[in-house]
Write a protein that binds this ligand. Sequence first.
Ligand code: CA
Length: 253
Amino acid sequence: MTVSVKACGLSDVGQSRSHNEDCFAIDAEHGLFLVADGMGGHGHGEVASQLAIEAIRSAMLENEGRPGGANASAEGIQPHAARLAAAFRAAHNTVVHAMREDSTLLGMGTTAVGCAIHNDIAAFAHVGDSRAYRLRDDELELVTEDHTWVNEQVMAGYLSADQARSHPLKSVVTRAIGGDREIAVDVREIEIRNGDLYLLCSDGLNTMLSDQDIHDHLAADGSLEELCHKLVDAANERGGLDNITVLVLAIGS
Ligand code: CA
């Protein structure tokens, strides 16, 4: 099955930050879509998110057409899903290497979420709290699981989802590209269908808007450009406390 994918993205500094440390990329030709949310003082978050996005893109292009390697069969996933996970690991090495080369960059890192589409399988990879959502049959599903301290507490039953939303440690991520540990990348594959809508976003969107708000925007009529602007505007109207990035994919429409 050959699927048609339309994509649109928008990134905004928000209402309270001086820099936009988010970054996104749309490579429709290769079916690759990325959002990264950088962190680090002195504007170095921007460096981290851009480095990571470039590294993921170049690793995917280098390995295009190659099988996913031993990892694909070992992990039981599609070759392009294995390549995406490997590209995230390559980005981690790139960011760590940049900090070794330039000590003023120490402490930078970035979250990232990516989608690679091949035939009718969308592979999602993520590290940190950047998210992917799917709208199908008017139902919104969170595709990714935040790598945050509060989400770990929710999973373990120590915090409710509501408590997590307002917790003082809600922005502490437990995994990041450029973090001090070996990186573990979560990968998920979804068989896409005509009419599916996918949203990749940085936490500046979903900390300002509820899942119900996000659902209502995705379910509304309008072009993808209008949808991106409405999501960003809504997050800004709620305070825009962080950089806001959205990337929307419409399948087969
Ligand atoms: Ca953020």
